[in-house]
Write a protein that binds this ligand. Structure first.
Ligand code: EPU
Length: 304
């Protein structure tokens, strides 16, 4: 395929020391569920010029491209992904503080951002210590917990267009909603500037640790999972509805509804993608029948 040799050339031309390109890569190694087929290409990109070249490749040759962040909110098909899967590193993994603002690259992990902001006496991302995804994913999904969400502290978001140009969007242009934003229409989210609130280091780190403790007391963390499987219906909790339907502990093949929190599906014993999807359908059917409510998946599907 022509795009594969072009991809190899993009890497050679950039002479990056840290970017890595592999063909036929098992995506299961890069997603929290630990399952799914191979990506035709897997590219860890460390430079803006490489990312722009891939945007150009996508536009010209119509190769599917997907940025997977840290793979914490993804279910990948058994048949894999026929295009290029990207993970952002290097230039996209930077944190730069200036007063009470921070520039954060899309590849930075949320726990890292949360910890460092706390140590610098900056409040606003305490909730993010327990969310394992990347900042890019958190911006797109407007990730959140304990009454806060990522979009709350965003001043501007930097995205790359389909033409490979970097542009900045202000808070309103990013269109943050519940577990949703308008950022998915761009080729890629590359970073954001957050406006945080100065405060006492000890008080902020205490709150961060407190929220983390609350998370591990109420949500599973040992088994492979992709966070909450379903979005909460308006003014309700998907986990509570699933619990009330008696589905905690319900198992199909190697996939099980968490006994701790109903909105988590765990890969407890070599679950297949089909096991997980069958469990998703069973939960949706049961909650619809018992409660009259349709649950919408929060976890993203790739390669289906
Ligand atoms: N509940 C049950 N049984 C369950 C789960 C929950 O009765 O199995 C009850 C709880 O006791 C509580 C209520 O339902 O009274 C709400 O539960 P919780 O506080 O756990 O919040 P949630 O609505 O289930 C949301 C987010 C989580 C986030 C928590 C904490 C969504 C889909 N979920 O869960 O985010 O961590 O609040 O703020 O918005 C995620 O998005 O991936 C995620 C895990």
């Amino acid at each position: 395929m022509a795009w594969k040799s072009e991809l190899t050339r993009i890497l050679q031309d950039s002479q990056s020391q840290t970017s890595r390109l592999r063909f036929d890569e098992p995506i299961s190694k890069h997603v929290h569920f630990g399952i799914g087929g191979n990506a035709a290409a897997y590219f860890e990109i460390s430079a803006v010029s490489e990312l722009a070249a891939v945007a150009n490749l996508k536009k010209r040759l119509h190769v599917p491209v997907s940025i997977i962040g840290r793979g914490s909110n993804l279910l990948v098909s058994d048949s894999g992904y026929p295009g290029i899967v990207i993970r952002l590193i290097g230039a996209f993994d930077r944190l730069e503080f200036e007063g009470d603002r921070v520039w954060v690259g899309a590849g930075v992990s949320q726990p890292r951002l949360s910890k460092i902001a706390g140590r610098k006496g900056l409040s606003g991302v305490e909730f993010a210590l327990g969310i394992p995804g990347s900042v890019g994913g958190a911006l797109i999904m407007n990730a959140g917990a304990w009454g806060s969400c990522f979009g709350d502290s965003v001043e501007l978001v930097q995205v790359m267009t389909d033409e490979g140009t970097l542009i900045e969007l202000n808070h309103d242009e990013a269109k943050f909603g519940y577990r949703h934003s308008g950022l998915e229409e761009y080729f890629c989210v590359t970073g954001a500037r957050l406006q945080l609130t100065p405060g006492d280091v000890k008080a902020i780190t205490n709150r961060t640790n407190e929220l983390y403790k609350r998370k591990i007391a109420t949500q599973p963390f040992a088994e492979e999972n992709a966070g909450c499987m379903f979005k909460n219906p308006p003014d309700d909790s998907a986990g509570r509805l699933i619990d009330e339907c008696g589905l905690k502990g319900y198992r199909i093949g190697g996939a099980e509804v968490s006994k701790i929190h109903g909105n988590f599906i765990l890969n407890i014993d070599h679950a297949t993608v089909e096991d997980i999807l069958n469990l998703v359908r069973h939960i949706q059917k049961t909650v619809k029948r018992e409660k009259g409510i349709e649950l919408e998946m929060e976890v993203k599907l790739l390669g289906f």
